[in-house]
Every structure is written in C-alpha cells, then in structure tokens.
Design a protein around this ligand. Structure first.
Ligand code: HEM
Length: 487
C-alpha cells in the first residue's frame, strides 16, 4: 500500500494465527452464532498487543489502516480533519442509504447540512415530545390490555422499537404529511430488507444485478419510493409556507429542503446561486435526503433502545435505581416533560454505558486526501483508515480492567471524564461530520426508557439468546424477547 514508517509492520491476515485465536476464543466463548463480541475483541486486542495502535487489516482486496489511539483519532477528526474525507460506500449500500448527508462531500455536503440542521435543533425537537409520548402511550396501552390475565406480557422489543422510531423519524421528516410519509417509509423498510440479501452476498461479483426474486422486489420498491416521494414533494412545493408546516415539527426536513429549493430557483444570490449551480437543491436531492435520514436514524436508534432495555433487564439493581429516579422526577405524569428528561442523570449514564458497550455503528472509515504523516507513519493519498469504535470502547487501557462490564457509574462525572482520554467515547462519531440526529436519538431514548420504567418492571425472556452480531450495525442476532410486568 506504500505505507512506510519505523513502527509499521505489515499484517497480512496470517491464517494460522487466526485459526489459533479462533479455537482459543471458541473454548472460552459460546458458539459463533451466539455472542461474537468476545471473539472479535480478542482478535483485535491481540493484534493491538503485537502491532501497536495502527495496523493494516484486509477486507477482501481492500487494506484498511486501523487506528485506535485516541490521540491519533483526535488528529483525524479535529486537528487535521481537512486532510481526510469520507470514503464512498459501495454502490449497493449507497442505493439503500440514499445519496444524502451520509455520503455527500465538500460544498454540497456543507450546504445540505446547514439546511437540514434546524430539524434536529433542541428547540424543534422539544415540540416533538408530546407526539413521541403519544406514540409510546398507544403501544404501552395495548400491552396493558394483553397483560390483564397473565399479569405479564412478552415483547420482542427490537421489532417494537423499530416501529416506534419509524414513527418519530417520519414526523421529523414529513411533519404534516405524516400519513403519506409513513406509507413511503414502510416501503423503504421493505426495500432495505430485500436489499440486505444482496448485501450479504456482496462477495459474489455482480450479485446485485442478478434478477433474483428479492432483487426484483427491491428494484420495484425503489421505483415506487421515488415516485411517491416526488409526488409528495411536488404537492408540498405548491403549498409551501401554508399547508406544509405542522405544529409538532415546524421545521420538518421536507419543509426546510423545499423552502431552500424554492429559494434557489428564485434567488440568484443564495449560497447555491441559480438552479444551474451544482449546489442548487433539486427534487432529487430532497428524495435522497429523506431516504438517508430514514436509513441513518431508524436502526441506530432502535438498537440503542433495544440494548439499553436488555442491559437493564440483565442488571436489575440498575433498573431499580433508574426507576427510583424516574418516579421521583416525573411522578405519575403520563409523558415526562423536557425539563424532567434533562434531570434524569442516572438514565443518562445508563444510555452512555449502553452506547459504549453496544455502539450501533461499530466503525467509521476515512480516506487520506493527500500524502501525510500520522503517528510516525508516512500515509499515502487514498489510504483508507478504519476507526474501530467498538474496539476502542472496550479497550481496558482506556476504560480500566472492567472495560467489558456494564458499569454506568463510570459516566457519573460526565462523558469527558469517563475514560482515560476524552476521545475514547464516540458512538455518534466526531468532528464536523458527527451524527446530525444525535439529539433526536438521545431525546427519544430518554423518553421511551423513562416511560417504560414508570410503568413496568422487566426481565429477559427464557428464550433470549445473547448474540450481538454485526450486519452493517451491531444488533441482537436472535432478537430481544423481554417479559414486562405492570408495577
Ligand atoms: C452520522 C451514529 C441516530 C442521521 C452518524 C455517524 C455516526 C452515527 C457514528 C458518523 C458517521 C461518520 O462519521 O462517518 C448514530 C447513532 C445513532 C444515530 C449511534 C442512534 C443511537 C441518528 C438519527 C438520525 C441520524 C436519529 C436522523 C434521524 C445521521 C446522518 C449522519 C449521521 C444524516 C451523517 C451526518 C453528516 O455526515 O453530516 N451517525 N446515529 N443518526 N447520522 Fe447518526
């Protein structure tokens, strides 16, 4: 790869070494289909011991330089951020994630980010709390009905949280066009499911072009999503400024993007200039951003909610401590207020610890824009760097001997003091391209978990199997069945 430096040792994925490690990990851990984390992390920590905090790992034909030293991570995201750019997702992933904020670069990315940012501003999100509470209430009310005979109900929370999050993201994206938006996002959910098959078989060259049943369904859904979105955008453009705005979410993403596109077509002096400017917002940009927000927000947030519920079910003493706080602060109020939510310190610590142990996004990738020096190595232009969020979050050198254990108390003095380095915690990424939906995700998680704690005690169902697995995101491979009992 042309990477040079005194500390550098080329790691070519020594198969014998992998096999030894694999059998050692199998002896300690459960079978592969169960909990893969000890295995992945033991490989990683073993390599780190041998090769240091930077080593090259091969993903098929692509070598990626793994960087896990927080001081170097700071260089990449803060001190030398202008020297790095996002890598392009493979075409298949890009089709699923949309050509929006996640993958855009340069001026176009900055222009879109500035337009969309107000949707996720705390003042805008505050207005969404009653609606989020209502979505929770409706679902929880249904459980209470199911519970009346047995006094308990078993819920597959990962599916349940996906529906809840879908509802909230639909409102943030579409505001008053919620009903239509919901139908479109349901199509997108189906499309993501079918496209995942091609993603799993990405090692078969050209698989995504083969007319398999799932591929054909995915292509049809893609066309349908685009058509429905364009129809909705067209109508909202005609009504912009009157029917588009909802009280729940006045700055919904669709409204902001449409206003910007109307401004671009009317105002030559806007940042994007006339419609002929490459920065001007087009209907296609709006379509792609809607797809991106749904893709980026849905499974990440529902995974955070799922892992937090699982962890609280596994650790009843923390569940009790969090419940005591919720009942003290929120009392019997149906939906906690924004001020209530801000006071839930223990719950905040628990969410951070959940994001540390099970970060939904397990890694971030950047590409060197030019030749440079990093950590004493010469890195040529084009090198891909992998920042292994999951491994950094589990590194005993940063998080002490109990790095693999659930201990929310480590966040008692705030995020900056939880580890030996402030850059050791990065579930939402770092720097200018950190997650735009962080506030929404955290607010929804605080509200949903607080409302569950207010009403139920919960434990793992006997059928639960602890199997964190990575398919794009870190999710429970066999779902998360949880038994809830009314308090
Ligand atoms: C970016 C994680 C929720 C939308 C990111 C990045 C991470 C991340 C790690 C940075 C990627 C990189 O630098 O390459 C998470 C986690 C979430 C979450 C853990 C929930 C627990 C959301 C939500 C939304 C969202 C709710 C929207 C509704 C985005 C977008 C970007 C992004 C659009 C790209 C930002 C940019 O490049 O300007 N997220 N995310 N995320 N996230 Fe999230």
């Amino acid at each position: 790869q042309g990477i040079k430096g005194p500390k550098y040792q080329l790691f070519l994925g020594n198969l014998k070494e992998l096999a030894t490690l694999n059998s050692r990990a199998s002896a300690q851990a459960m079978p592969l289909s169960h909990n893969i984390l000890p295995r992945v992390l033991s490989f990683y920590h073993h390599w780190k011991k041998i090769y240091g905090s930077m080593f090259l790992v091969w993903f098929g034909a692509t070598g990626r330089l793994t960087v896990s030293d927080p001081a170097l991570i700071r260089e990449i995201f803060v001190l030398k951020s202008e020297l790095f750019e996002k890598n392009e997702s493979p075409p298949l992933v890009r089709k699923i994630e949309g050509d929006g904020l996640l993958s855009l670069k340069g001026e176009k990315w900055a222009h879109h980010r500035k337009i969309i940012q107000p949707t996720f501003h705390t003042e805008n999100l505050k207005l969404m709390i009653p609606m989020m509470g209502k979505s929770m209430e409706e679902a929880v009310w249904k459980w209470s009905e199911e519970m009346s005979n047995a006094g308990k109900v078993e819920v597959e929370v990962s599916d349940w949280f996906q529906n809840l999050v879908e509802d909230v993201i639909t409102r943030a994206t579409f505001g008053s066009s919620y009903e239509e938006g919901k139908a479109i996002f349901q199509l997108q959910s189906q499309q993501m499911l079918h496209a995942t098959e091609a993603y799993q078989k990405v090692f078969i060259p050209g698989y995504r072009f083969l007319p398999t049943k799932k591929n054909r369904i995915s292509w049809r859904l893609e066309k349908e999503i685009r058509k429905s979105l364009l129809k909705l955008i067209d109508r909202r453009r005609k009504n912009s400024g009157c029917q588009g705005v909802s009280d729940e979410c006045p700055n919904d993403l669709l409204e902001l993007m449409i206003k910007a596109s109307l401004k671009d077509s009317a105002d030559e002096s806007s940042p994007s200039g006339s419609l002929s400017s490459p920065l001007a917002i087009t209907a296609n940009d709006v379509v792609e951003e809607c797809k991106t927000i749904f893709f980026a927000g849905k499974h990440t947030t529902s995974n955070l909610l799922t892992w937090t519920t699982v962890l609280l079910a596994m650790h009843p003493q923390w569940q009790e401590q969090a419940r005591e706080e919720v009942l003290r602060v929120c009392g019997a109020r149906d939906t906690p207020s924004k001020d209530d939510l801000a006071k839930l310190k223990t719950l905040g610590m628990i969410l951070n610890e959940s994001l540390r142990l099970y970060p939904p996004a397990v890694a971030i990738i950047r590409r060197a824009k030019m030749d440079m020096q990093l950590g004493g190595l010469h890195i040529p232009r084009g090198t891909e760097l992998l920042i292994p969020i999951l491994a950094v979050h589990h590194d005993p050198a940063l998080w002490c001997h109990d790095a693999h254990e659930f201990n929310p108390a480590r966040f008692a003095k705030g995020v900056a003091h939880a580890a030996k380095h402030p850059m050791a915690f990065m579930p939402f990424g770092l720097g200018a391209r950190r997650c735009i939906g962080q506030n929404l995700a955290v607010l929804q998680a605080r509200l949903a978990i607080a409302m569950l704690l207010q009403r139920f005690s919960f434990e793992l169902a006997p059928t639960y199997q602890h199997a964190p697995s990575v398919l794009m995101l870190l999710h429970p491979q066999h779902g998360a069945p949880i038994v809830f009992r009314k308090l």
